[in-house]
Ligand binder design. Sequence first.
Ligand code: NDP
Length: 302
Amino acid sequence: MSAHTQNAQNTSKSSVTVIGLGPMGRALASAFLAAGVATTVWNRTPGRDRELVARGAADAATPEEAVAASDLTVVCVVDYAAADSILQRPEVTAALKGRTVANLSADTPDRAREAATWAAEHGVRYLDGAIMTPTTTIGTPHGVFLYSGSRELYGEHKPVLDALSGTHSHLGEEIGRAAAFDLALLDIWWTSMTGYMHALAIARAEGITAQELAPFAKGIGAILPPSFDEAAAEVDNGTYAATVNPLTSAASTMAHIVHVSEAHGIDASLMRAAEGLARRAIGLGHGGDELHRLAELMGRNG
Ligand code: NDP
């Protein structure tokens, strides 16, 4: 049997339902279709499935019809309130009994735990998940997917989920873990990118174009990965001994950024918050430590 025939036979056995056809839901459904997975779709607002249906997706008239079409339903809507408003309709819940939901919508770990409790109470098998990369990566090796929940259940549906290509990581049986990883990682993304926007505002006020700054900004980005490893080791060990760039020096640089912002009438609230944290740590006697000390300080609630 050729590899091609083998593949066709495997994928013909697999099917999936995708609920939610925003940009991400459409990307997921599109990748499933491209991989040869029989795909049924449903979205609250009709019409978003036109292109998918033209490519062979089955369009369900109702969400209960959609979930009844496959053993696995992937949900990808704006948040868990939206997911609940679909899945917790009595007719949908009834149709889901004994089937699996993999909720890839973003929300908090507690919302994931509540969803899992609801699922257990209604005989719905439940996996939680998060997508860490943009729509353009879905169906390519660059997609990153996180999952939590029963390892056995994940293993059962892995062949279909893997059809999305990319890297798939099961992070543990505790259902909130995927959402917790998601939010911690998005914290890095949003604070970093907001910092970059602030940097561009300063650069522009000083007559530097964003494109002039970009190559140097990438240099700063390249320093981050090893810094993440160094910080991780110190924060996990609770030891902050190695001091290459002490907080006293960091706070002084932060103050310069606040001053140049204020001189140009640029909102400095982001850097003022960072400087405030650094000064608080210094006040507590940690001025000789690296910035890593702030992870402990912020976790202390005051
Ligand atoms: P949105 O986050 O805007 O979600 C749009 C989807 O949610 C649509 O299907 C929309 O339906 C549905 N929806 C919104 N409110 C409700 C409601 N009250 N009841 C039912 N359905 C509702 O766009 P995305 O598709 O981009 O994102 C989906 C999820 O994927 C989000 O959790 C997002 O954080 C996550 N994600 C997205 C990424 C991206 O690059 N876009 C990257 C990584 C994760 P309707 O069409 O009817 O409005």
